[in-house]
Design a protein around this ligand. Structure first.
Ligand code: AMP
Length: 599
């Protein structure tokens, strides 16, 4: 298929506010694509060149793109800047410039454009910035105006067609069987092997049946299982059938660690990752994926070394990495641990903030996928592997309980150690990739007058603010939760407190970097809450509140006959850079929390 055709599809998708229509257009596009290009189409439609875990970054800032547009269309940078100011979108600027200039457009295939974009993203070494500028400008010269509109938005992460991977899963189902009925099969495969391009290709080549053969493999992240909430230890034991395992709940960073001793660490590593990892680290191949399945290997050389020492051929296991202060022998709060999630000054931070990983689940060992074995069996294998070798990697303490009182005591012990609470695990539960269910149930400390849990929200924009805050240019921000049913964001609160001066500045900076001219398509916001500056839904923050109430101002959980749900006394607790927007708290979770607090 020609890239210009793909651009027409993107245009149609961009023009419709209706989700069903969007899914149908996408389905038609996927249906018409060949098996050699369907993976590329999926990545491009999400504004990427590969799955996030492959870590392919353009490293082209807006400033550079302005240069590129000037070069491609024989214009002055000042002219491009002026147009950008007027339009607020470099894609539209490119489209208009391309219309004005007579350039010889070439009928480039999707794969050809994709390959060139990849080349631009991956070029490294001396002179690479110049090469990026020239190659990108040359590419733009060959594209028609509508194609230029979309190609320009990709490097700056502003494609914004208004959907995420869940809509692609629906569209794949519609393309394959005519309706959404195959979505569960497609989603199962995606959960165990989180590469949307691969899932689309297999669906195209082998049909829905072919997806059943997709299994976890070392190197491709497994979408992580998550936990339900229940308010008391009695409820938990009832739900678990009278018996449960319990572990401390650490408030750190979830890590999924992959090891393959038949490969070398430096194999198939992007140049950026390699330079971050440093020359001195060699040895067997390890990958560390974060909660949002980003490749964070280079950030954790201490964990890499510890994983390499484990006596197995291959492995996928999970744990919680948490900063540990060796002087006070205490765990650091989440905000401290989160400082280890960085690209620069890694070495210094390793020394300053050493991490411990509390391993809690084993998913694959020596090539064998064991996610479908009962929890207790997986835990037994994990113990055998880690016990006696504990150093950076430790075993999360675990006990079994039948008595709610005893479970409560275990919970209180964890709170006294400064931890968040406990995670309870169904003894015969399988590891259900990508799913939140009652195989795991979390119980957190509830402070009087507070909600039982923080709510992970997505920032949709900010208000400029008056008084003292006016000096920062931000006085409050609008947050939303994720609605799985419509793959969109529904507002739940306006937050105006809980931030230190530095955090206000940071919030403004982050939103400004994602600013959009209009309301993002996948955000459901009532008029009265329109922020001064809109943000593409991307920043995830943990918000604590006292209570969930009903409010006609918010769209989370709103129905025709019922107003929406809102947070009372919301305040910012942390930026959750380890989460993707669709990993924010969902509308149905908020509804559950609302019902629980009223019991
Ligand atoms: P949630 O993601 O909200 O369902 O809460 C579960 C999170 O708690 C996981 O994603 C882990 O990051 C974290 N966690 C901390 N301790 C444990 C543990 N012992 N077992 C499983 N998850 C844990």
């Amino acid at each position: 298929m020609l890239f210009s055709k793909l651009a027409e599809y993107f245009f149609k998708i961009e023009a419709t506010p209706k989700r069903l229509e969007m899914t149908d257009i996408l389905a038609e596009l996927l249906k018409k694509s060949s098996s050699q290009e369907i993976d590329k189409i999926c990545y491009l439609a999400l504004g990427q060149l590969a799955s996030l875990y492959e870590g392919i970054e353009f490293n082209l800032a807006e400033k550079m793109l302005i240069k590129i547009l000037a070069e491609a269309y024989n214009s002055k940078e000042s002219e491009v800047k002026k147009m950008y100011k007027e339009k607020g979108d470099l894609g539209e600027v490119a489209e208009e410039l391309a219309k004005k200039k007579v350039i010889s457009h070439k009928p480039l295939a999707i794969s050809a454009v994709y390959d060139r974009l990849r080349e631009i993203a991956e070029v490294s070494g001396t002179g690479s910035q110049e090469k990026k500028i020239i190659w990108m400008a040359n590419l733009l010269k060959e594209l028609n105006p509508l194609s230029a509109r979309y190609v320009v938005r990709i490097p700056i992460k502003k494609l914004r067609l208004g959907f995420m991977d869940k809509t692609i899963l629906d569209a794949l189902s519609v393309a394959e069987v005519g309706d959404k009925s195959a979505r569960p099969d497609i989603e199962r495969a995606y959960n165990v092997s989180a590469d949307i391009g691969k899932i689309a290709r297999v669906t195209k080549e082998k049909g829905i049946k072919g997806l059943a053969k997709i299994e976890a493999e070392v190197g491709v992240p497994i979408r992580m299982a998550s936990a339900e909430r229940l308010p008391t230890t009695k409820d938990i034991l009832e739900k678990m059938g009278g018996k449960t395992a319990a572990e401390p709940k650490f408030d750190g960073l979830r890590v999924q660690m992959h090891l393959d001793k038949s490969r070398k660490l430096n194999e198939r590593v992007s140049s950026e990752q390699l330079s971050l990892l440093g020359e001195e680290i060699g040895g067997p191949w390890v990958k560390i994926f974060s909660r949002n399945l980003e490749d964070t290997t280079a950030m954790f050389p201490d964990i890499v070394e510890a994983v390499q020492k484990l006596p197995v051929r291959s492995l996928i296991f999970e744990g919680e990495a948490i900063a540990y202060n060796p002087e006070t022998e205490e765990f650091e709060p989440f905000q401290e641990t989160a400082k280890r999630k960085r690209k620069y000054g890694v070495k210094e931070k390793v020394a300053e903030l050493p991490l411990k990983v509390f391993a809690f689940d084993l998913l694959l060992i020596d090539g064998k996928n064991i996610t479908q074995e009962p929890y207790k069996t997986r835990r037994g294998r994990l113990e055998k592997l880690v016990k006696g070798r504990e150093d950076t990697i430790l075993l999360a303490e675990e006990q079994e309980f039948t008595d709610p009182q005893k479970l409560e005591e275990f919970f209180m012990e964890q709170i006294e150690h400064g931890l968040e609470g406990i995670m309870t695990k169904r003894l015969d539960g399988v590891y259900q990739a990508g799913v939140r269910n009652f195989n795991w149930v979390k119980l957190k400390r509830v402070e009087a007058g507070h909600l039982a849990d923080t709510i992970d929200c997505v920032v949709l924009g900010y208000y400029k603010g008056r008084g003292k805050r006016a000096e920062f240019g931000i006085g409050g921000f609008l947050v939303a939760v994720y609605d799985e049913k419509s793959d969109s964001f529904k507002t739940i609160s306006r937050v105006g407190s809980g931030l230190k001066d530095e955090e206000w500045r940071q919030m403004k900076k982050r939103v400004d970097a994602l600013k959009t001219k209009e309301k993002p398509k996948n955000a459901d916001v009532v008029k009265g809450l329109t922020p001064d500056v809109w943000a593409d839904p991307s920043i995830v923050v943990a918000i604590r509140a006292d209570e969930i109430t009903r409010s006609p101002m918010h769209t989370a959980g709103a129905r025709e006959d019922e107003p929406g749900l809102a947070l009372r006394f919301p305040r910012l607790m942390a930026f959750r850079d380890d989460k993707n927007p669709e990993q924010a708290t969902t509308v149905s979770e908020v509804e559950k929390l609302f019902r629980q607090q009223r019991r």
